[in-house]
Design a binder for this molecule. Structure first.
Ligand code: UD1
Length: 424
């Protein structure tokens, strides 16, 4: 298993860029199941999760090819119109988002067998709402041997309200409803930019979808969809992480492609912490962050979009661990998303967790230590802390990082960081 060796090397400076969004690309790739023919996506990030989704789609029967040499990379998928509608445990266990094939398979082929994702490091993360929504559309669902088996002659429209807002749940239902008979109303829908992007792509494919309210979508099912071409938007979480890298090292960094419109809550908190953020144009639009001499403490709570994203919580905790005073974080989305706390404390951070709340007492310095990554965003927070720490930090299990950050070592090194991958 590879690890990363990071040695604090002062302020990061210069220009970098955000790659294509992982969480936008995953449902878009799954949407290729809905229409026969050739689909083409530009700006697809080269990440382990994308490779897993492509492997899954090939298992189902699609032909896929990723243009590796092009930058940014692109991906072509050919749907021959027949499928082996199964998502096996070996693939689903490595990536929960594999569940995104459930809605399209059921809508297009009337049948799906998808492994239950099981537990994961950041919480139980059930898929009960995905199943409830599809049942409301007429799917027969049974659970056996760790698999969900779903069948339907043809799904019909339904009026469905999510009890809890779910991003992939909303995406699964949107894809299913696009080919269902009749009208589907999705209430309490997720409003994340990745959901909006899926809506745009489904509309390009011929789906009839309208946002009735910011959190309510109405889908008029159609008989068939056609493939489309699309460029995936920039990854707002990667962009946010790079901005925090600038902030925690006292740096000055321009992140090309970072979109202010998708990062409202993150920008607000970075400004409150004392950072200067401006929209600039250097070979393309992006955001520049100039860090203050001292980070001001913050109170923040994670919420569904447009609130502060849970996927940025760990990175902000690293930042607040060196703030001038005491900060407070409330994690409202996932019940067990503080796995990075113990590791940050090993580097000298003072953090106390009580239930969903964390109290962070800012310290003047962090020190390098061997630490272990536990999930994707937790790994990012350890890299950020390591960039600020005195001495060398070795982060093991970086395969978590490789699931969601394209060329992170190269990007950080380009900004002046000392980062090295140790193979083993
Ligand atoms: C997506 C993102 C992930 C992000 C999360 C929250 C992708 C591929 N992943 O994950 O990066 O952290 O949104 O912004 O886009 N829930 C249920 N039952 C369900 C579904 C969800 O109880 O059937 C709960 C979850 O346990 C969690 C909350 O709803 O507490 C939100 O989860 P959800 O939005 O579904 O997360 P994902 O879509 O898996």
């Amino acid at each position: 298993m590879d690890s990363l060796s990071v040695c604090g090397n002062g302020p990061l400076k210069g220009q970098t860029f955000a790659s294509g969004s992982k969480n936008a690309a995953l449902p878009l790739l799954a949407s290729a199941l809905l229409a026969e023919g050739t689909h083409h996506f530009e700006n697809v990030p080269r990440l382990a999760d994308i490779r897993t989704m492509l492997k899954l789609l090939r298992h189902i029967g699609l032909e896929t090819s990723m243009e590796h040499n092009a930058h940014p990379s692109s991906c072509t998928l050919h749907n021959p119109g027949k499928a082996n509608p199964e998502a096996p445990y070996e693939l689903v266990k490595t990536m929960r988002a594999s569940v995104l094939v459930l809605g399209p398979l059921l809508a297009k082929y009337g049948k799906a067998k998808v492994s239950l994702p099981g537990g994961c490091a950041i919480g139980a993360r059930p898929i009960d709402l995905h199943l409830k929504a599809l049942s409301a559309m007429g799917a027969h669902i049974s659970l056996s041997g760790g698999y969900v088996e779903a069948t339907a002659q043809r799904l019909h429209g339904a009026d469905f309200r999510f009890d809890t807002i779910s991003v992939t749940g909303t995406e699964n239902l949107l894809m299913a409803a696009s080919l269902a008979k009749g009208t589907t109303r999705i209430r309490n829908a997720a409003q994340e930019p990745e959901v909006a992007e899926l809506v745009d792509v489904l509309k390009k494919m011929g789906a009839q979808i309208e946002w009735e309210k910011p959190n309510e979508l109405v889908v008029e099912g159609v008989e068939a969809l056609t493939p489309c071409q699309h460029t995936v938007c920039a990854d707002r979480i990667e962009a946010g992480t790079l901005l925090v890298a600038a902030a925690i090292t006292g740096g000055d960094v321009f992140v090309q492609n970072a979109q202010a419109a998708h990062l409202g809550a993150v920008i607000e908190k970075l400004r409150e912490a004392g950072c200067e953020i401006s929209q600039e144009h250097k070979n393309g639009p992006g955001l520049r962050l100039v860090a203050p001499p001292h980070i001001r403490p913050l109170q923040l709570q994670t919420q569904e979009y447009p609130g502060f994203p849970t996927d940025m919580q760990a990175q902000f905790m690293a930042l607040l661990s060196i703030a001038d005073g005491d900060s407070e974080i409330a994690e409202n989305i996932f019940e067990n998303r503080y796995m990075h706390v113990a590791e940050l404390c090993r580097m000298g951070a003072h953090i106390h967790v009580s239930g969903t709340h964390a109290l962070i007492h800012g310290v003047s310095k962090l020190s390098g230590a061997p630490v272990m990554a536990t999930d994707l965003r937790a790994s990012a927070s350890l890299v950020l802390a390591a960039l600020r720490a005195e001495g060398t930090t070795t982060i093991s299990r970086v395969y978590h990082l490789d699931r969601g950050y394209e060329q992170l070592e190269e990007k950080l090194s380009h900004l002046g960081a000392k980062v090295e991958r140790l193979h083993g």
